[in-house]
Design a protein around this ligand. Structure first.
Ligand code: A2P
Length: 298
């Protein structure tokens, strides 16, 4: 399996990363990850733990150019005049001069200083935000820029503009219950790398994913764990994969990917796309939106 994917900039992004969303001992997870060989940590301003991530990285002694750091611009900061300060805060919390990858976390802009009041203009047209991100590349504060949680219509809406740098990745939910084959195919045709978050199904569906008969069968055949089957499947589909764990043994387990024999890979793919998709992560209602973020008709 590929250990890296190449981005339009020529940078090589490691195919397996530690996801750092959520509460818990993120520092210990990062420490463990770096000890067992991870070179890619996926974070975000919104996780409110970038200082902890930064401290764990610094303590590891790993040089800056040996680690891939991703962060994400939160919804409050889409206004062009707010982007650089938000980025600076992530840089300072992580204790670094630059990010390898910076993503627009959601295709939804909130008015700054409000409690989730949508800025309809910036949400409908993310181009001003994007241009500011391009400027951050030119300033040397980020090496690559991308998007997250964009459906095909929203990607097209952004990329219809004259871009200096096209989105390097789109980070989206991908797992056994929400494998998004159309989005994956479209992204491949358009040379857009996907990154899989909640790759095991996120807290709610992890056990159900790992207990799938086909997953169990492959695990037995290859003498690997069910989580390793699923994480390997993601990389074999051609996506970066971002499993989260705060359990040291699992952090280590999740880095060990291996190519599945083609017939077993296809069996797992067929099983994943055979049921109606069930998305785990959708904050549309929680944010009080009167539309669905992932609606094709957007
Ligand atoms: P924990 O953090 O307690 O180890 P996802 O990455 O799809 O969002 O899933 C995260 C959830 O999956 C967490 O609850 C995490 O538990 C659990 N998890 C992560 N790796 C494994 C693994 N190898 N085996 C079982 N559960 C795992």
């Amino acid at each position: 399996l590929p250990t890296h994917f190449t981005l339009p900039s020529g940078d090589k992004i490691p195919s397996v990363a530690l996801g750092t969303a959520g509460r818990g001992e993120v520092g210990l997870a990062v420490k463990t990850a770096l000890e067992v060989g991870y070179t890619h940590v996926d974070g975000a301003w919104a996780y409110r733990n970038e200082d902890e991530v930064g401290k764990a990285w610094k303590a590891s002694g790993i040089p800056r150019d040996q680690i891939w750091l991703t962060s994400k611009l939160w919804n409050f900061f889409h206004a062009p005049e707010d982007v650089e300060a938000a980025l600076d805060e992530s840089l300072s919390n992580l204790g670094t001069e630059y990010l390898d990858l910076y993503l627009i976390h959601w295709p939804i802009a909130f008015k700054k200083g409000t409690d989730n009041v949508v800025d309809l203009e910036l949400t409908a047209n993310p181009y001003p935000t994007w241009k500011k991100l391009e400027e951050m590349v030119d300033k040397g504060k980020v090496r690559n820029i991308g998007i997250s949680n964009f459906n095909i219509a929203r990607v097209k809406n952004l990329t219809a503009n004259p871009l200096k740098y096209k989105p390097a990745v789109n980070q989206v939910e991908l797992n056994f219950f929400n494998p998004q084959p159309e989005l994956l195919n479209w992204a491949k045709e358009n040379d857009l790398l996907l990154e899989a978050y909640s790759p095991l199904g996120s807290t709610r569906q992890v056990q159900e994913s790992l207990n799938q008969p086909i997953v169990q069968e492959i695990a037995k055949t290859l003498a690997i764990t069910p989580a390793q089957v699923i994480i390997s499947w993601h990389v074999q589909r051609g996506t970066v994969v971002l499993p989260k764990s705060v359990t040291p043994s699992r952090v280590e387990e999740n880095l060990q990917v291996t190519a599945l024999p083609q017939d077993l890979f296809e069996k797992l793919e067929a099983a994943a796309v055979s049921h109606p998709p069930a998305r785990v992560v959708n904050p549309s209602k929680g944010w009080g939106l009167d539309f669905d973020i992932f609606d094709d008709e957007w």
